[in-house]
Design a protein around this ligand. Structure first.
Ligand code: AMP
Length: 399
């Protein structure tokens, strides 16, 4: 179902309450990485240029259900003001007299930011009384916070019960690329899954067995599959209680004609630390006791590249090794660079958020994919084929 976006509605003179994702790192009262703010600028500028009055809502960090100066959005308002080149009013409250007064005085093209939405414990409970208070401030709601789309909160879902909600440009782009991959991928469709735990990725793998042509397994997850194949994994991270599940996945994949690509070698060490002695062990020979796999090996990198080379759609979610430590980042980097190189050849390349997005930015490849999702959990749930409450609440386009 196509969603209404800010392009589809008349914003002139309207009070627009916009849910953005300004959950940025703050150090000593200053924003230390403003990527998320920068990314929201096109949506905010467009709405302002249409002659709207903008009220911004965002959460920041995990305050424990009440105001906490550590998590104030004030530094974010200051940074946004610099980036927009105009004043951003800030009221350190979420509702009440001062908020109402400031909104009433807001002129077309002006911006107001309210305090951290999570300062009210109702936010995460999707409290409708809270949603109503925010809705009363505005005529229309713009949802540009994909990272929270898998959560039903007052500021993204509840509020849509009272005023119409439309998608901003970031949300629109997320829906476009993730829908394409999930419901209508150009084939062959290959998915690369890494990360620490099979249990986190089960839902996606199961759904992908009906959609993807190839599923590449990497990260610590691969060792649960090695175990399922009866191989030695030494001290590698294995989810013993998921070995049977891994076996089932392999059987189902065979029945459905989906190729599951399992790395054939691993870069191992006796300690997960920089500078540790490294050795490559193959799946066939197994990993001896005392050693653990922290990255895919060189043969696996070549195998994975060969399995991705003819794909028309590639989705990648989860690092293939412990990429935070440079000694174990090479496999993830090589595969990331290879996928990125296919973008210019007409392949749709999508990176799931979270750790893989962090890896991509660490390698300086952010701009080289068709789409780097801003939401880890949200993009996984999307790929699982689940309905996300924060997208369902956005108004549909009339046919
Ligand atoms: P996830 O949150 O499940 O996507 O897992 C991401 C984490 O998995 C990253 O912090 C990686 O360092 C970690 N990881 C990837 N491969 C391995 C491995 N072979 N052993 C231990 N941790 C790993």
């Amino acid at each position: 179902m196509e969603k209404l976006t800010i392009r589809d509605v008349d914003l002139k003179g309207k009070r627009v309450i916009m849910r953005v994702d300004f959950n940025v790192p703050i150090k000593d009262g200053v924003v230390s990485d403003d990527t998320r703010i920068v990314e929201a600028i096109p949506t905010i500028k467009y709405v302002l240029e249409q002659g709207a009055k903008v009220i911004l809502l965002s959460h920041l960090g995990r305050p424990k259900g009440g105001p906490d100066p550590k998590y104030t959005l004030k530094p974010v308002a200051e940074r946004l003001s610099q980036l927009l080149g105009k004043e951003v009013k800030f009221v350190p409250a979420l509702y009440g007299e001062e908020v109402e007064k400031t909104v009433a005085e807001l002129k077309e093209g002006e911006v107001l930011m309210l305090e951290n939405t999570r300062f009210d414990p109702g936010e995460e409970k999707n409290d409708l009384e809270l949603a109503k208070k925010w809705a009363a401030l505005a005529d229309i709601h713009v949802n540009d916070a994909f990272g929270t789309a898998h959560r039903a909160h007052s500021s993204n879902v509840g509020i849509a019960q009272y005023i119409p909600s439309v998608a901003g440009f970031l949300m629109e782009k997320e829906i476009k690329f993730l829908s394409k991959a999930t419901y209508n991928p150009d084939k062959p469709y290959a998915v690369v899954l890494g990360g620490a735990k099979v249990s986190d990725k089960i839902g996606v793998i199961t759904n992908l067995l009906n959609k993807a042509d190839r599923i590449v397994i990497g990260g610590a997850m691969m060792f649960t599959f090695w175990k399922a194949l009866g191989k030695q994994t030494g001290n590698s991270l294995v989810e013993e209680d998921k070995i049977d599940l891994a076996k089932q996945i392999l059987e189902q994949a065979k029945e459905k004609g989906v190729e599951v690509v399992i790395p054939t070698d691993a870069v191992c060490a006796q300690k997960m630390e920089a500078g540790a002695e490294k050795k490559v062990f193959t799946c066939e020979e197994g990993i001896p006791e005392g050693w653990a796999g922290y990255d895919i090996g060189p043969a696996s990198v070549e195998l994975i590249k060969s399995k991705l080379a003819d794909a028309k759609t590639i989705v990648w979610n989860g690092p293939l090794g412990v990429f935070e430590i440079p000694d174990f980042a090479e496999g993830t980097k090589a595969v990331a660079e290879f996928i990125a190189s296919l973008t210019d050849k007409g392949v749709t390349t999508v990176v799931g958020g979270g750790d893989s997005a962090a890896a991509v930015s660490q390698f300086g490849l952010d701009k080289k994919f068709s789409h780097v999702s801003t939401g880890g959990g949200a993009s996984l749930e999307f790929l699982e084929g689940k309905e996300l409450p924060g997208i369902a609440s956005i108004a549909n386009k009339k046919k």
